[in-house]
Design a protein around this ligand. Structure first.
Ligand code: ATP
Length: 212
């Protein structure tokens, strides 16, 4: 853990925002951000880390030489293909990547912490599946029925149905995730209903951290 970034963010409360593919995490994350919460997308951090030609990209290329895009960057497509069919490779990758994502998250939020923000969230699909113990104050879970998720994802159009099924298969099912959730946002209805629920949850969080 990058100690300086950790110290800088000690006045902040860090929450996890999670949910299976297509449940609406990013949509909910944007709603929290609109209400002034610092929300960081872990997928985006992972993309930056894999593309940046730095130490982590080099380590991953050493570990999985077939997944190199070039000598300094990792091909995310090849890596995704490999880990979806190889659970051992997936674990080795995540053991490298997830602590690095947490450090990158802390580095991102430290400027906001210095500016006085007290509440930050890391948005990630596989927070609960990870072996990395993320030091979070609590977990917000977004859920939606499978049929709703499939319909929304097919409308979003960035993944084909095989890719969606493969991702769903490696994610913990909602009934298990619920055991770990501190706050639940059921995103099965329209966006206004979800926005209302987001406002309620934020009120509870602010109460939890002693702000109201
Ligand atoms: P991923 O795991 O792939 O990142 P996600 O959980 O972040 O997905 P989103 O991208 O937020 O999910 O939502 C999936 C799609 O469903 C998006 O196109 C989004 O606009 C739409 N969507 C989310 N919530 C609702 C809702 N309540 N009503 C209608 N459409 C929604």
């Amino acid at each position: 853990m990058k100690f300086a970034a950790w110290i800088e963010t000690q006045n902040m409360f860090h929450y996890g925002l999670t949910g299976g593919i297509g449940t609406g995490k990013s949509t909910v994350g944007r709603m929290f951000a609109d209400l002034g919460v610092v929300v960081v997308d872990a997928d985006r951090l992972a993309r930056e880390l894999l593309d940046d030609g730095g130490h982590l990209a080099a380590e991953i290329i050493d570990m999985f030489p077939d997944c190199a895009k070039n000598r300094r960057a990792v091909s995310r497509e090849k890596l995704a293909e490999l880990v979806f069919t190889n659970p051992e490779a997936r674990r080795r990758l995540e053991d490298l990547l997830h602590p690095a994502i947490w450090n990158a998250y802390l580095e991102k939020v430290q400027a906001y912490a210095k500016a006085g923000s007290s509440l930050a969230m890391i948005e990630a699909a596989v927070l609960l599946e990870s072996r990395t113990p993320f030091p979070l104050c609590g977990l917000i879970l977004v859920t939606a029925p499978k049929m709703v998720r499939l319909k929304r994802l097919s409308q979003r159009g960035d993944l084909v149905s095989d890719q969606i099924e493969a991702r769903m298969a490696v994610q913990m099912p909602d009934y298990e995730k619920l055991l770990f959730a501190d706050h639940l946002i059921e995103n099965h209805a329209d966006l206004d209903a979800t926005r209302l629920r987001v406002e309620q949850v934020l009120g509870t969080l602010r109460h939890e951290i002693g702000e109201v």
